[in-house]
Write a protein that binds this ligand. Sequence first.
Ligand SMILES: Cc1cc2nc3c(=O)[nH]c(=O)nc-3n(C[C@H](O)[C@H](O)[C@H](O)COP(=O)(O)O)c2cc1C
Length: 359
Amino acid sequence: MSMLYSKAVLGPLTLHNHLVMAPMTRNRATDNIPNVLMVEYYLQRATAGLIISEGTSPSPNGLGYPRIPGIFSPAQVEGWKRITDAVHAKGAKMFVQLMHCGRIAHPLNLPSGARMLAPSAVAAGGEMYTDAEGMKPHPQPQAMTEVDIKSTITEYAQAAKNAVTAGFDGIELHGANGYLLEQFIRPNTNQRTDGYGGPIEKRARFVLEVAEATIAAIGEDKVGIRLSPFGVFNDMPLYDRMEADYTYLAQKLNARELLYIHLVDHSAMGAPPVPDSIKATFRKLFKRTLLLSGGYDATRAESDLAAGKCDLIAVGRPFLANPDLVARWRTGAAVNAPDMATFYTPGPKGYTDYPALQK
Ligand SMILES: Cc1cc2nc3c(=O)[nH]c(=O)nc-3n(C[C@H](O)[C@H](O)[C@H](O)COP(=O)(O)O)c2cc1C
């Protein structure tokens, strides 16, 4: 008896299966506004039980990459509403991932007047893509003042309310992969000496306050969070107390009763392994829903669900390349391979033109 394709419960929601489409930035949102091409892309994939949107900024300051969507303006809310309507009509649920890029940004990617903010003025190593001038080194961000911290938390809370107006079933706070929330958690990027930096109790404070503010805005049944313990993406090195720090986060997030925690494991993409022990710690300490992601195929998804390691499985690249992934996995049909060259390029190529199986 398959668990993967049977109905699943996520707080108050019933999902038509245990398969979640993982959040994937696709850079098709010209002017940072969701458009009809994006309606088609998400609609094609609405046989997932739950779709988590691509990273979407709660603030002009969080739009670090070119052509990523926001959810702070009326036009963005309207654009998203068309997408959630289409996805709901096919029976899937949809959460928006709130991604504030923080220091992973470039002024050439930001709208005029926006600022590159981070916990501390520590530039990421390496370069990032800009539409205007190609690859550019990561500039040094501005260290956030306490006023910046308060106003950014307010932006998250407003974005959460906008998400509900736009028809989303909830939000996922992007606390993974080196973006703003993780920049507060990790000691290499958070060198503050005030109440938001130092020991983990203080480095976790911003994340917990964002969680509390969004829960106050839309309710705990609508707020999940993604975390990447042992993740190194975007110049976030491993350090000795990593496991203890994330254990602390698991306890505190459990006390806040968020709807779910979604753990990232990018070892299938060449990142260092994520120890099973930290996944088991989250399973033990966090009483609500746990999502695991990273490198899953149907067999491993089924076996991790059956073993009780998590409640739902999130899948990225296979969903990107297969609009009808659920049908393909279910029937054992061959799958399309993802084309990395078109992951982040504008237009329909490599976006809405992956073939579905002939009916
Ligand atoms: C093109 C692309 C864009 C991605 N963008 C995001 C993102 O916006 N937010 C996020 O949390 N993860 C993002 N990820 C990571 C995926 O959600 C997922 O964790 C990763 O692809 C590993 O899962 P998979 O092996 O099933 O593909 C992205 C991955 C890909 C391939």
